[in-house]
Every structure is written in structure tokens, then in C-alpha cells.
Design a protein around this ligand. Structure first.
Ligand code: NAD
Length: 424
């Protein structure tokens, strides 16, 4: 299967569907899942509370993606124009080597807070000593997950306060390999079941018990290389490359820029998450907390120049599931997984992250080339002013007027020069 569908953007919706039928293993009837009104009112009513209707978004596929050597159409649901085009264009630029990814084990963190501990050192030591036994208890609660190769894998004890309004405070992190589930319900259930015993061992009072959305144990790394020739076809590739790398350094130095840089990444990530029925608020919360984990808010992706090209790398937490959550009920989400041939959570994370790196590249390149083009146009305008016969300060005045009206042409340069000479 190829994700290269040249001219896909020029087709009508019906024709695009026909191309998809040729390109992927889906049947015509399945498109009903993304027809208007596909989410039935009674299903919607069962999903959330106080339902009075449904709310639709455009459903698209981005083309040109090759991720870990496998072509994939990338489903996207988003209201913002140009994100799908940007992702498709950047995926084409990166296509020769494609995107390569590495996913950590899908380990989620469940937090059990214990407050009012008189001796936190003793409490922490007792909890560490009980790790094996607590993990055994936890494993017994999720035998099916263990059969699938997942389940509780570790316990961490962190002291948060030695004294204060809540007394001594310890938080226990229960680390759970959630396999193909996002895992929030799974982890919350485990934390609730263990909380009383944990509090007893620590010598305190059980507080909150819920997963952390800073899922730094469940990250995805995606890389790509883009050649100068792919960055610009007019021979300015090396300049664009330098400008993208400079834009990356800007984001690395300045949280105000980093926020916008990361927003460009989340354009691509969130569109895939929404299309595939994921909890995108959970991923957003995790992404930004991860971006700020050093104490400074930093870009999730960076770009570096190499010989004749750019190297991009995105690292972010990405807790997604191909079972559970909205996938039980949302027909479009299930079709999205099928269209992209996604059968496990790592692949979904890989495609969402590749999409994020692609939209980041497209945004930086657009910013860089617009700046460069403006520079080029200004230079061009000065050249035309001189060619029209302008000298001295008239060169700048003619060039400025050409650039301002956007009509950087020889005739216009002669016209402007004649007028300025007549009435200086
Ligand atoms: P879920 O409750 O539907 O559970 C998934 C279940 O799928 C597991 O319990 C497991 O038994 C089963 N399963 C089948 N095949 C599996 C496989 N290959 N790998 C792993 N499990 C498999 O879903 P969940 O993932 O536990 O929770 C996700 C939901 O929780 C989302 O809807 C999310 O919005 C919601 N949620 C999020 C937060 C938060 O992020 N803070 C808090 C509460 C709830």
C-alpha cells in the first residue's frame, strides 16, 4: 500500500473515497461511519451527560507518510485550515528516509497520596520494603493485563513534605504497563484498591488516588531527515535549512516562542488523536508538563543542520489506546484506526507523533521562507529600481514602494521612478 496519492487534494469528496477504497483494505459501506449524522443520538447520549445533539468536525486523511518503513494514510479531524495540507507537504519532504520512531514501554503512573505521616523517613522505608508484596497485590487485580504482557511493574516512593498543613506527605507511584490501553481507568482502579494498605504501611492517611497525566514513562521519539532540495526547489534550500535551525534555537531560548512552536506540533498530534477517539486533553496536559520538566518551558521538537539537510527530533509523552475509551462507541474513531491500519497503541503513537513533527516542520519552513522571500523581494526591488535608472536615495524610495504594493516588476519600477522624479 502506498500513501502517495498525487493530486488527492484536487479531487472531490466522492472521488477521494474511491481512491481510499483502492488504497486501503476498507469497504464502501464503512464510510457510513464518517457520513453526517453517523454518531447516533442514542449512542451520543450514552457517552456523556446532558446530551442535546452531536457536533461534527471535518474528517480528512493526510498523505505521503512513511513511518518506520511502512506507508500509512493519517486520519485527521480538525477545524483549522491548512494543517492537513501542511502535514502532507512535510511528510513528502521527509519521504525519502521517512519518519523513524522509538516508543518506550507503555508505562503509566498511578499516584497514591498519603498525608499526616508523623515520620516520613520511616514511612518511606516501610513502603520500599513492601514493594514486592504491594506489586503482587496489584498484579492479582489485573490478571488479564498480565496475560497480555502488561501489568504493574514497579513502585516509586517520593517524599513531598516532612511537615506542614497536611503533616508529612508521601506519594507512591504505581507503575503500570498498560499495553494497548490508554490506561486511565485501569490505573485509577488499581490505585483505589491499594490506597488503604499503602496508607497503613506508611503510617498516614490515604489522600488522592489517580493517574498522573505527566506520563514521562510512556514517551515516543520520532526523527526525520529532510534534504535541502526538498526544503526548496529554487536552490535556496541551504538558506531555508539554516532558518529552520535558527527558528528551533529561538524556541529553545524563549518560552513565549516555545509555546507557539509546540502549538504547531500539537496541530498535527491532536488532529490524529481526535480522529481516533483519544483523550487529547490528557495528551495535551502531559505534553506541556513534559515540555516544562526542567523548570523552563522548552520545545518538544528540535531541528539541527547536518550535511545538506535538516534533522528533526520530537520526544513527547503520548498515552493513547487502541482499546477502551471512546473506541467502544464512536464509529468514526474505529474507521480511522482501520484506514491507517493501526492495530496497536505504539503504532498510533508513532503516527500521531510523526504528524506532529511534520506540522512543526511545515510551520517553521513557512515562517523561514516567508522571511527569506521578503528579503529576496526587497533585494529584487532594489535591483529593479537601479535597472530603471534610479540613483542615490531614489533607489531605496522606489524599492520601498514596489515592496509595499507587492508589484515588484520592471514596468512598475519605471513608473514609480518617473513619478518620484516629477514630484520629489
Ligand atoms: P478502559 O477503561 O476502557 O479500559 C481498557 C480495558 O481494555 C482494560 O481494562 C483491559 O481489560 C482491556 N484490554 C483489552 N485488550 C487490551 C490490550 N491489548 N491492552 C490493554 N488492555 C486491553 O480504558 P482505559 O484505557 O483504562 O481508560 C481510558 C479512558 O479513561 C479514557 O476514556 C479517558 O478519557 C478516561 N479518563 C482519563 C483520565 C485522565 O486522563 N486524567 C481520568 C479518568 C478517566
Amino acid at each position: 500500500m502506498t500513501s502517495r496519492l498525487p493530486g488527492f487534494y484536487r479531487l472531490g469528496v466522492a472521488e477521494r473515497r474511491r481512491r481510499l477504497l483502492q488504497a486501503c483494505r476498507i469497504e464502501e459501506g464503512q464510510f457510513a461511519a464518517i457520513d453526517p449524522g453517523a454518531l447516533a443520538l442514542d449512542i451520543a447520549d450514552g457517552m456523556i451527560e446532558n446530551v442535546v445533539g452531536t457536533y461534527a468536525l471535518p474528517f480528512s486523511v493526510a498523505v505521503n507518510f512513511c513511518v518506520d518503513g511502512i506507508d500509512s494514510l493519517v486520519p485527521m479531524a480538525i477545524e483549522e485550515p491548512s494543517v492537513v495540507a501542511a502535514a502532507s507537504n512535510a511528510a513528502r519532504m521527509a519521504r525519502p528516509g521517512g519518519f523513524t520512531t522509538h516508543a518506550s514501554a507503555p508505562v503509566m503512573i498511578g499516584q497514591i497520596q498519603v498525608t499526616h505521616i508523623v515520620d516520613v523517613d520511616r514511612g518511606a522505608a516501610a513502603l520500599r520494603a513492601a514493594e514486592a508484596s504491594l506489586l503482587d497485590d496489584a498484579r492479582r487485580l489485573v490478571p488479564r493485563l498480565a496475560e497480555r504482557g502488561g501489568g504493574p511493574v514497579g513502585l516509586e516512593v517520593r517524599t513531598l513534605a516532612r511537615a506542614g498543613e497536611d503533616g508529612g506527605v508521601i506519594v507512591v507511584h504505581l507503575l503500570v504497563d498498560c499495553r494497548d490501553a490508554m490506561g486511565a481507568n485501569l490505573v485509577n482502579t488499581l490505585c483505589e484498591a491499594l490506597a488503604e494498605r499503602v496508607a497503613q504501611i506508611a503510617g498516614g492517611k490515604a489522600g488522592l488516588r489517580i493517574l498522573s497525566n505527566l506520563t514521562d514513562g510512556r514517551t515516543i521519539t520520532v526523527r526525520c531527515r529532510v534534504e535541502d532540495a526538498a526544503l526548496a526547489s529554487d536552490g535556496t534550500g541551504a538558506e531555508v535549512r539554516a532558518a529552520v535551525a535558527a527558528a528551533s534555537r529561538f524556541a529553545e531560548l524563549d518560552p513565549y516562542r516555545a509555546a507557539t512552536h509546540n502549538k504547531g506540533i500539537m496541530n498535527g498530534v491532536d488532529a490524529v488523536l481526535v480522529a481516533t477517539g483519544q483523550d487529547w486533553r490528557a495528551v495535551e496536559a502531559g505534553a506541556h508538563a513534559y515540555a516544562a520538566r526542567t523548570g523552563a518551558y522548552r520545545p518538544l521538537a528540535v531541528w539541527r543542520e547536518t550535511d545538506g539537510g535538516l534533522l528533526g527530533e520530537l520526544v513527547m509523552p503520548l498515552a493513547v489506546g487502541t482499546v477502551g475509551g471512546a473506541l467502544h462507541s464512536h464509529p468514526a474513531a474505529r474507521l480511522a484506526l482501520e484506514l491507517a491500519n493501526i492495530d496497536h497503541a505504539d503504532r498510533l503513537a508513532a503516527l500521531a507523533a510523526a504528524s506532529g513533527l511534520a506540522t512543526n516542520l511545515a510551520a517553521l519552513r513557512a515562517l523561514a521562507t516567508e522571511g527569506i522571500q521578503r528579503g529576496h523581494m526587497a533585494l529584487h526591488a532594489r535591483g529593479l529600481a537601479r535597472a530603471a535608472g534610479a540613483t542615490g536615495e531614489l533607489v531605496d524610495r522606489v524599492a520601498a514602494e514596489l515592496a509595499a504594493c507587492g508589484d515588484v516588476k520592471p514596468d512598475r519600477a519605471r513608473e514609480v521612478l518617473a513619478r518620484l522624479k516629477e514630484s520629489p
